[in-house]
Design a protein around this ligand. Sequence first.
Ligand SMILES: Cc1cc2nc3c(=O)[nH]c(=O)nc-3n(C[C@H](O)[C@H](O)[C@H](O)COP(=O)(O)OP(=O)(O)OC[C@H]3O[C@@H](n4cnc5c(N)ncnc54)[C@H](O)[C@@H]3O)c2cc1C
Length: 340
Amino acid sequence: MLSTTTSRIALQTRPLFVQRFYATGAGSVNSLLVVEHKNGKIGGATLNALSAASKLGGSVTALVAGDAPEAVAQAVAKYAGVSKVLTAKDAAYANGLPENFAPLLAEVQKKHGFTHLIAGHTAFGKNIMPRAAALLDVAAVSDITGVESEDTFVRPIYAGNAIATVKSNDSVKVVTVRSTAFAAAEEVADNSPATEEADAAEKPNLVQWVGEDIQKSDRPELGSASRVISGGRGMKNGENFKLLYDLADKMGAAVGASRAAVDAGFVDNSLQVGQTGKIVAPELYIAVGISGAIQHLAGMKDSKTIVAINKDGDAPIFQVADYGLVEDLFKAVPEMTEKL
Ligand SMILES: Cc1cc2nc3c(=O)[nH]c(=O)nc-3n(C[C@H](O)[C@H](O)[C@H](O)COP(=O)(O)OP(=O)(O)OC[C@H]3O[C@@H](n4cnc5c(N)ncnc54)[C@H](O)[C@@H]3O)c2cc1C
């Protein structure tokens, strides 16, 4: 239920961690953190979601489901804030299929009385959490950037143009967390939570995992890179992105793109930054040949330092840029690569 809405100009709220958070300290809060993992490694967004869960106060139980969850269960137990680990071992959970995960979440919620179900706002979390909410007959609160109290959360709306403060009156809060808004939880030496196996839940067998085709790259992952260089329609074609790859390799940066560049087929849509792409908040974001449409800004405006290269001095990207270069990118980018 949306009880209060406050609007601010999102572009004026650049600093990430200045929002007012506080733990409720309420003993009644009993959160379930849904752990995303792949190849034995915890997904980075889970650690940001853990920080959000810790801000609620109370206890945090980490749920690790998979065909071999043991190693990840051991790994997550070392993080500050995890008070218990639940494992669910079954091949049905091997690939994050929401049709199988959602009934598991509903089952463990009922058994353990969790007050909050929390996951990162990734493809995994976005797939699973609304389904789990539907099974529990509650509303999902998605993409939160702040925790005001155990029932009140902050989340961007209208592509980040306004910030809503939403209060959920549901008995169970199902929440996904924007990872760029919370620092990742850290490992601690002295954490040793109990580990327990979750009761078996229904596996509806509605879908079957066939396989996946993953783009392999030696560059850092776009969502977690500390430096990102993105190209837009101004790049003119896919071949010209080589200019950005060369610069990125010199800087140890990931490469991103605007939706116009993706729609034009210059690059794969996994590189898209923005409202309907990835949300990034690196130390350094370089926008090359990108005009700065609001939908693009929604995905990168929280970057620490923004650099824009555009031949049009009136391009809106310069309004959010810390450093701007009004120049033809085909001259500026090779020059930068050479100087580096
Ligand atoms: C519902 C919805 C969701 C959307 N989601 C996203 C999203 O997730 N991400 C996203 O990016 N967009 C998104 N968009 C699209 C968005 O509105 C813009 O259309 C898009 O971001 C524009 O991309 P662009 O800046 O690359 O292209 P343009 O707006 O065409 O800008 C190209 C820029 O390149 C500059 N340029 C051209 N040639 C050169 C040169 N030689 N040297 C230097 N500069 C040059 C031009 O001056 C211009 O500023 C969405 C739109 C909608 C409606």
